[in-house]
Design a protein around this ligand. Structure first.
Ligand code: SF4
Length: 444
């Protein structure tokens, strides 16, 4: 894995409760193998060409020569880049007589049965925690469990903050999302809580956080909900209660609806930073993305977040199919107008995801799909523009937006804190290789 997962800690807590802890296997950090010596693309080639000696060499470089005592081995796969290295290990371990199963976020997007059919060394694929626990004969109540990190390699949950590795524990308040953004593949419905139960629910969750804080001696938490303010009633009650936990936390958040009183309360509850999906500066594009916020909402939220002293990291998507040149300029203007309220920003070129609403209704967005681009993405044409032209336009817009962000937002940080900004830049480019900035939790 490259990102320490929460799911394993939730499974662990359920197994422990059912006294099935002996089923547990240890986690293994694959990041060295994934990102340094062997590229995912190279391993994919080895799997497709059934290059046994290379697959074995790769597996041994990760697992070492000692026999693995467990009978069943599970792989938690979040991204496509993690899939092929996991398949290579699975191929090897199957030859050692192990039962192999796969699970993780990736299988909420792609059909796990097809994978199991294609690779006969996989015994089962589970698309969610519930189905895996049901396979073990356990029931799972998503509202109650607290993650249990004991037995996991807790060092893998550390992240460098100002150069020092510190433990940041993931925790979830409410699973799922209720926003249905057109480009997104998150289809798990947001957990529903009866209004009368909210007070008890948030008390339980805060108590769990306090216990984790005591047990692992850390006050740093990442709340890994799709958006922490998805259910605004639960969220407001939660931040009120969270004040007594005395922790520092970060989370994803929806761009709209964060009024001044809420952001001030968030700060008091220990909120240090937010990762916010602004996506576009054009109202027309936001509407076709089915984003729930208005441009003005996002601007006001950013002002409130900034005033409260919470760091914000905003996400934007460029080259959305309905984004015209004028719409794109609106995004550049948004960045310019809000340069004093945005602390950092990250732009992505629109990617048509398999399983998203858009991939199921391409006609609505004026696109035609022309096959897959890897496992998770699709190639498409838009009006008169073929795939190459769409791609080129995306690269150009992305470049333009990044230049705007560098000159209006990042430059300020270089001027104010040159040494820290330079070390962050080097770390992001060379260690993280410009991957998703989640790896920099709290490092602001
Ligand atoms: S983009 Fe975020 S808010 Fe929208 S559906 Fe996906 S997870 Fe939910």
């Amino acid at each position: 894995m490259s990102t320490p997962p929460l799911g394993l800690a939730l499974i662990k807590s359920q197994l422990k409760e059912a006294e099935m802890d002996d089923l547990w296997i240890k986690t293994k950090n694959l990041s060295k193998g994934l990102y340094r010596k062997w590229s995912s693309k190279y391993i994919k080639g080895c799997i497709e060409n059934q290059n046994g000696p290379e697959l074995e060499r790769y597996a041994l470089s990760i697992l070492g020569p000692s026999p693995i005592p467990q009978d069943s081995i599970g792989f938690s796969v979040m991204t496509e880049s993690q899939l092929y290295p996991s398949l290579a290990l699975a191929w090897y371990l199957k030859r050692k007589g192990k039962t192999i199963f796969f699970g993780g976020k990736l299988f909420t997007i792609i059909d796990g049965n097809l994978l199991a059919k294609k690779f006969d060394f996989i015994d089962s694929v589970f698309s969610d925690l519930q189905s895996f626990l049901r396979y073990l004969g356990l029931e799972y109540d998503c509202l109650v469990p607290s993650p249990d990190f004991s037995g996991l390699q807790i060092d893998l949950y550390k992240t460098k903050i100002n150069g020092t590795p510190k433990l940041v524990l993931p925790f979830i308040l409410l699973e799922g999302c209720n926003k249905n953004c057109a480009f997104c593949v998150e289809h798990t419905p947001l957990l529903k809580i009866n209004k009368l139960m909210i007070a008890d629910f948030v008390k339980l969750k805060v108590e769990q956080i306090i216990q984790l804080k005591k047990k692992h001696k850390t006050d740093l938490f990442f709340l890994s909900d799709c958006a922490i303010n998805n259910n605004i009633l639960v969220f407001k009650s939660f931040i009120e209660e969270l004040k007594r936990a005395k922790i520092q936390w970060g989370a994803f958040a929806n761009a709209g609806g964060l009024d001044s009183a809420t952001t001030q309360n968030m700060k008091k509850s220990g909120c240090k930073y937010l990762l916010i999906g602004c996506e576009s500066g054009s109202q027309k594009v936001l509407k076709s993305m089915n984003k729930p916020h208005l441009v003005e909402d996002a601007e006001q939220s950013l002002i409130n977040i900034k005033k409260a002293g919470i760091f914000n990291h905003c996400f934007f998507i460029v080259n959305f199919p309905t984004e015209t040149r004028e719409d794109f300029k609106e995004t550049l203007k948004f960045l310019m107008r809000n340069k004093n309220h945005i602390d950092d920003a990250f732009t992505e070129i629109f990617d048509l995801r398999v399983g998203s609403y858009m991939s199921k209704t391409p006609g609505k967005y004026g696109i035609s799909i022309h096959g897959n681009n890897g496992l998770l993405s699709q190639r498409y044409s838009h009006g008169q523009q073929g795939w190459r032209s769409v791609k080129l336009q995306g690269v150009l817009r992305h470049y333009q937006a990044e230049v705007q962000i560098a000159t209006t937002i990042k430059l300020k940080r270089f001027i104010n804190h040159p040494v820290k900004a330079l070390s962050n830049l080097v770390y992001t480019w060379f260690v993280l290789q410009r991957r998703f900035p989640l790896d920099r939790l709290f490092d602001y």
